[in-house]
Design a protein around this ligand. Structure first.
Ligand code: HEM
Length: 399
């Protein structure tokens, strides 16, 4: 290892276990809350592994999320594609960010998520009916984890569910592409598809975010392209995260039978268990990527203007200053302090909806298929090797 790499180890590293961080992450975090790491392209950035420091930095207006600037650290080769850099909202700073976020707020309140409870439960029950009919074995990714957020997001955004094969592969294409070209192609096709859908809604407004915001295009508050881009961010953010998280949670629960028993017996409320799964799994691995507009002093370090910052949700969520025995999976923990949904102005817009889908997905699966088990030995479960989101390609289960 070069002296530089010893000082600034490479990041991110792949998880081999669905729920334990790579050893190198633990070693980095042991050195202190802020450390230099080296990205795929040789660039060194600050990796934040301290919970307090992560929150403090993400609330600091000297951090920019603007992905169009060269200072923005790209976390993998394929994410250099314009389609991944151009993302509205998540890649914008105020005031444009605030304007776009305000326009989307109505769909994402806690009240709205609660109103979706029955509808999501019906979707999940129908999927389980189907799984039971094709069983006694199924791939939980294709039959459950992907269709749940696909149906929910298509209704919410106003995208026809019949087009699911296209939008599932396009959203995955942007985030999990092998290279820049593939990511760009998937992003362009998705943007064109959504722009056409916006055009249809401009003539006759349909359901969902696109239908509602069509009138803002007529009034000149939004452009057609902006609305298509907002829809694109929602589809990517809503599908990739939740569909990756559902199988990881199922594996984690099956691998910890005492915890699963505490969940299914009702000893621990489902929302408490899901909060621990969110903390423990940190499915995006890093919650936020930023660059700094002015020097910042923090934890004895000076972060210089133009430096890059990556907040590791995996390690921030396991900060021993915040959680006792942080590497233990304990669904009764009841400590909701984690940064899996980020923090500050970009904190996850869909978190109420994500929590609800996860709660209903785990609760219903284990209630309706009580004998559920892994269809392959756990050592044979392969983590996805593309993209930066943690997930599995397939999850064979039996009952
Ligand atoms: C387990 C599920 C999910 C996880 C772990 C997750 C995680 C995150 C994180 C870490 C951020 C902050 C990114 C940053 O600061 O740069 C974020 C932002 C965002 N998420 Fe989620 N998310 C999840 C589900 C969802 C869902 C279901 C939706 C849509 C319905 C959604 C929509 C968004 C949007 C639109 C943003 C950008 C917000 C902004 O920039 O103001 N997410 N999410």
């Amino acid at each position: 290892m070069s002296p530089d790499l010893a000082e600034a180890p490479s990041f991110p590293e792949r998880r081999t276990c669905p729920y334990h961080p790579p050893e190198s992450y633990k070693q980095i975090a042991e050195r202190g809350p802020l450390n230099k790491v080296t990205l795929w392209n040789g660039r060194q950035v600050w990796l934040v592994t301290g919970y307090a420091e992560g929150r403090k930095l993400l609330a600091d207006p000297r951090l920019s999320a603007d992905r169009q600037q060269e200072q923005y650290p790209t976390m993998a080769r394929h994410l250099q594609a314009q389609a991944a850099r151009k993302l509205v909202l998540v890649g914008e700073d105020p005031p444009l960010h605030d304007k776009h976020r305000r326009l989307l707020n109505p769909e994402f309140s806690l009240k709205r998520a609660r109103a979706m409870h029955e509808g999501i439960q019906a979707i999940i029950d129908e999927l389980i009916d189907n799984i039971l009919a094709i069983g006694p074995g199924a791939d939980l990714v294709t039959e459950y984890a992907l269709p749940i957020p696909s149906r929910v997001m298509s209704q919410l955004v106003g995208v026809p569910y019949e087009d699911r094969e296209f939008f599932q592969s396009a959203t995955a294409g942007v985030m999990q592409a092998r290279d820049e070209h593939q990511s760009q192609q998937a992003g362009t096709e998705l943007a064109q598809y959504l722009a056409k859908l916006v055009d249809v809604n401009l003539v006759r407004p349909g359901e969902g975010v696109i239908g509602r915001l069509a009138e803002h295009v007529h009034s000149g508050e939004l452009t057609r392209d902006e609305l298509a881009q907002l829809a694109m961010v929602l589809m990517i953010a809503g599908l990739e995260t939740t569909s990756s998280m559902i199988p990881l949670g199922v594996i984690t629960l099956l691998e910890h039978p005492d915890q699963l028993e505490a969940l299914t017996s009702g000893a621990v409320p489902v929302p408490t268990a899901v909060e621990e799964l969110l903390r423990f799994l940190a499915v995006t691995d890093f919650a936020a990527v930023r660059w700094v507009t002015d020097d910042i002093e923090i934890a004895g370090h000076t972060i210089r203007a133009k430096d890059g910052i990556v907040v590791s949700s995996t390690m921030v969520n396991r900060d021993p200053a915040v959680h006792d025995d942080p590497h233990a999976f304990d669904i009764a923990r009841g400590n909701r302090q984690h940064l899996t949904f980020g923090y500050g102005i970009h904190q996850c817009l869909g978190q109420n909806l994500a929590r609800l889908q996860l709660q209903l997905a785990y609760q219903t699966l284990f209630r309706r298929i009580p004998g559920l088990g892994l269809g392959i030995p756990s050592e044979e479960i392969r983590m996805r090797t593309t993209g930066t989101m943690q997930g599995v390609e397939r999850l064979p289960v039996v009952w």
